[in-house]
Design a protein around this ligand. Structure first.
Ligand code: G4P
Length: 529
């Protein structure tokens, strides 16, 4: 019986994140998803501007000043007979390496696309990251209450630009002012949209069957004719949903709707909870760990400082891979070879930090961290394992960092190395000079680093611009060739915070020339911890 409960608990969990370009509607859809999860009384409180719901740390204040949405990190809510974990992926200026790494901690992703715009830059990049694990993708075409692009063209663009087949599950009936709803291809019914109901769960009118005369009456002759024609074409020309291809990340079910109007979000959630995988097995250096393994195991994918001013410590976010967490249990911090008693892990139920009595594979728990936990660390119930696939990502923005007081060089370096171990930024020390180069994925990280250097390491630092376009970690199987490369390319080489050899390129062209010139050297965009 107990075992049955344990298996049920794990199998009902669905852990996902949202990938989208800024302004496509991630925050809005999160609000509606939580509304369906009954996690919020009334949608519209996730952003929390001016609300007292969220602990406001110094740098959350900073985020607020800049008008960045202060979303919670992990939200758990029930949906039908499932338990859903939605992991936040910072998207605006707070975009960072954490965003990428969060995608390595989920079992599926929801891709939200602004249907007036189509596939945008950030989505492309995030999709690339999900390809590292071939994560299953569900697609939501948003903003149907506006004039959108031709839906067929949108599917085509997703297929060609993101290299994933599209299986439309719903199909839009009109758009903009003429948006009437969607036809649910799988359920063979039309679901009609009512505007102005965005803050509630709508009791939508449903008309079964495409040839139902009721439908002609409800949406008008012209739209119904277009719908029938389009559907004939779509069903013939596009892919059917295939669970196997979806699981492999080769095919995405596509839903249409409007997050703002709270229409279509439930269709997407139905699909997500039905099709997306329960907690998946994970690779370690030793063996594959199944979610249903009895013993607890998990890895750290994100570290966040100062979430709560009452606790000045950091929180390490652990994705539970197998087993169950219970309060007070002893865990092995594998890298340090230390057993620690975890009495006060936190979960993130619908925006509030609560003490977690129990958590299962698929869930996220937060461990209080006084600097001993790093990104990529593994926790187990004793076994010496190291989870793989939680990489560092090559930074995309670079600045030289300089001290106001040159005597504090040691503290500066120590702070930077620790912050890079935590995954906040990367730091590079060139071979040929004494520069310290800070690299980040998102621009806010630079300010966060300066602020944390001041408050935690008592150093005043400032940035200067530097002519660096990109960085790659380098390796070579042939030691001799690597030595030769080190000699010849010295001017572009540096060590990162973990003493790993890195190539610093002033331009993308310089990088491709180097790659051509040194074919035996491998240039990596990610680096395992
Ligand atoms: P993001 O988190 O992906 O950046 O997007 P967010 O949800 O904040 O949405 C960006 C803007 O798009 C918001 O408007 C939001 O109201 C709007 N939006 C989201 N979904 C829909 C939709 O289905 N239809 C329409 N018409 N608009 C939608 P804003 O004016 O920039 O912000 P706000 O003042 O409403 O917060």
């Amino acid at each position: 019986m107990a075992e049955q409960t344990f298996l049920n608990e794990i199998n009902k969990r669905k852990t996902f994140a949202i990938i989208s370009h800024p302004d496509a509607g991630k925050t809005t859809i999160t609000e509606k998803v939580l509304l369906f999860g009954k996690a919020l009384q009334k949608a519209g409180t996730v952003k929390g501007r001016g609300s007292n719901q969220h602990a406001k740390s110094d740098w959350m204040e900073m985020e607020k000043e800049r008008g960045i949405s202060v979303t919670t990190s992990v939200m758990q809510f029930p949906y039908q007979d499932k338990l859903v974990n939605l992991l936040d992926t910072p998207g605006h200026e707070d975009f960072s390496e954490d965003t990428y790494r969060t995608l390595t901690a989920v079992d599926s992703c929801l891709m939200v696309i602004d249907a007036a715009k189509g596939v945008e830059d950030r989505t492309r990049k995030l999709m690339e990251v999900t390809r590292l694990r071939d994560t299953p993708i569900i697609t939501f075409m948003n903003k149907l209450d506006r004039d959108i692009r031709d839906p067929m063209e949108l599917l085509d663009e997703v297929e060609t630009e993101l290299n994933i087949a599209c299986a439309p599950i719903t199909w839009p009936i009109g758009c903009g002012k003429a948006f009437k709803g969607v036809f649910h291809i799988h359920r063979n019914e039309a679901i009609l949209y009512q505007s102005g109901q965005g803050h509630t769960i709508q009791d939508a009118r449903v008309i079964p069957g495409l040839d139902n005369p009721e439908l002609d009456k409800a949406i008008g002759d012209e739209l119904v004719e277009i719908l029938r024609e389009e559907l004939e074409l779509v069903v013939g020309a596009s892919h059917e949903f295939d669970q196997n291809l979806f699981d492999k990340g080769e095919l995405t079910p596509v839903f249409f709707g409007t997050a703002l109007g709270n229409f279509g979000v439930d269709h997407m959630l139905d699909g997500l909870t039905q099709w997306s995988p329960s907690p998946m097995p994970r690779q370690t250096d030793e063996r594959v760990v199944e979610a249903t393994d009895e013993k607890f195991s998990g890895f750290v994918f994100k570290i966040q400082a100062n979430m709560d001013p009452k606790h000045r410590d950091r929180i390490a976010f652990v994705r539970i891979v197998s087993g169950q967490y219970t309060q007070g249990m002893k865990l092995n911090h594998v890298r340090l070879g230390k057993s620690i008693s975890i009495s006060d892990a936190v979960t993130f139920m619908a925006g509030d930090r609560e003490r977690a009595a129990n958590a299962y594979a698929g869930d996220i728990i937060g461990l209080h961290n006084h600097g001993t936990i790093q990104i990529g660390d593994t926790f187990t119930q004793g076994e010496k394992l190291k989870f793989t696939g939680i990489p560092n990502f090559a930074p995309e923005l670079f600045r030289r960092i300089r001290l106001k007081d040159p005597l504090k060089q040691k503290q500066l370096l120590k702070g930077l190395v620790q912050l890079s171990e935590e995954g906040a930024v990367q730091v590079f020390r060139p071979f040929i000079n004494n520069d310290l180069i800070v690299g980040a994925v998102g621009v806010l990280q630079f300010d966060v680093v300066v602020q944390r250097l001041k408050s935690e390491y008592n150093v005043d630092a400032i940035y200067e611009s530097i002519n660096v376009a990109t960085a790659r970690w380098v390796s070579c199987k042939d030691g001799k060739k690597l030595d030769e490369f080190k000699r010849k390319a010295e001017a572009n080489l540096a060590l990162d915070g973990g003493e790993n050899l890195s190539y610093i390129a002033p331009t993308m062209v310089n990088l491709s020339l180097a790659q051509e010139r040194y074919p035996d050297i491998e240039f990596h965009q990610t680096r395992e911890h």
